[in-house]
Design a protein around this ligand. Structure first.
Ligand SMILES: [Zn+2]
Length: 312
């Protein structure tokens, strides 16, 4: 429940931040058309002289955008599946080595036997972890719909199920093996259980993104990003862009098309802060306005405050 709430809160924050930046840009635009010379001299604020390339938007509909994100995610998903299959293959070999079902010369003697299944388990672990990271990356590029919460969780955390599949059968085979030494059985089972926990924890997507969030952010607000980054920035002078000279600029939809499916947290916090400041200033201006109109109103409704004052 808490995560659901957090997700919608984050979604709202992202939406607000984008709206605030867009509103500010619109205001600046109307100002710059009014006093073009002043605006052009005060505009560049970034510490670094960026070389900005404008990128045009490819998609014109939601379907087209989702087709692009699916295409972006495909290599990562294929990579994840290949690595998971490899992980299961290494597990099978670990079981075969441990139970002496597969016994080439090097695995017949004792150090060779232990090394054979330990190496297989390590390779199993490495493949599961890398596979899960690729899977998560694919989901960040092309998020699943969060309409069905259970399906959304399973889709995002498929790596957790793969972790169980990659180690639990080995543990069962080890524990059921009657020929093996008791001490070796315990060591192997504990090692595989530890590997399962490590793989499982690193496979969880602690910060998933939903298709709904992605589509909500898609729009015409101009943002900035770098080729190597994973997020887009709402401000050109964001501190995270201080070390990048080459910047890309385009709409949030274009940023998403280029694999930047999320806004930078620093930029988002700044946009919300600035929006709050604007709202506060507006409220204060409203108050003083109210004050002046109040005095005007007081004059016409004089009897009432006078009565109140007498009462006190
Ligand atoms: Zn930023």
């Amino acid at each position: 429940m808490a995560t659901k709430k957090d997700n919608t809160a984050a979604q709202d924050a992202a939406k607000k931040a984008l709206a605030a930046v867009q509103a500010k840009k619109n205001a600046e635009k109307s100002q710059s058309t009014a006093t073009s010379t002043r605006a052009s001299t005060s505009a560049p604020k970034a510490k670094v002289q960026h070389n900005i390339t404008h990128v045009g938007q490819e998609s014109t509909s939601t379907e087209e955008l989702l087709a692009i994100t699916r295409k972006n995610a495909l290599p990562y998903r294929i990579g994840a599946i290949i690595l998971w299959v490899l992980a299961l293959a290494f597990e099978v070999f670990a079981i075969l080595f441990f139970t002496h079902k597969f016994e080439p010369k090097f695995a017949a003697e004792n150090p060779g036997w232990v090394i054979s299944w330990v190496v297989c388990l390590v390779l199993d672990l490495v493949c599961v972890i890398i596979g899960s990271q690729l899977w998560k990356k694919g989901n960040h590029l092309d998020p699943a719909s969060a309409k069905n919460k259970t399906r959304f969780w399973i889709h995002n955390n498929l790596g957790v199920f793969m972790s169980v599949l990659a180690f639990l059968p080995f543990i069962i085979f080890v524990l059921l093996d009657k020929k093996a030494d008791k001490k070796m059985k315990t060591i192997a089972a504990v090692a595989a259980a530890a590997a399962l926990v490590i793989a499982g924890l690193t496979s969880v997507d602690w910060n998933p993104i939903s298709q709904e969030e992605l589509l909500e952010a898609a729009g015409t607000t101009e943002v900035f990003w770098t080729d190597s980054g994973t997020v887009y920035h709402l401000y050109e002078d964001c501190s995270h862009l201080n070390h990048s000279v080459e910047l890309k600029e385009g709409t949030t939809t274009t940023a998403i098309e280029n694999g930047k499916t999320r806004a930078c947290k620093t930029c988002e916090a700044r946009a919300l802060r600035e929006a709050d400041e604007v709202a506060q200033a507006a409220a204060e201006a409203g108050k003083t306005n109210d004050g002046t109109t109040d005095t005007g109103a007081d004059k016409t409704e004089e009897p009432i405050p006078v009565v109140d004052g007498d009462g006190n």
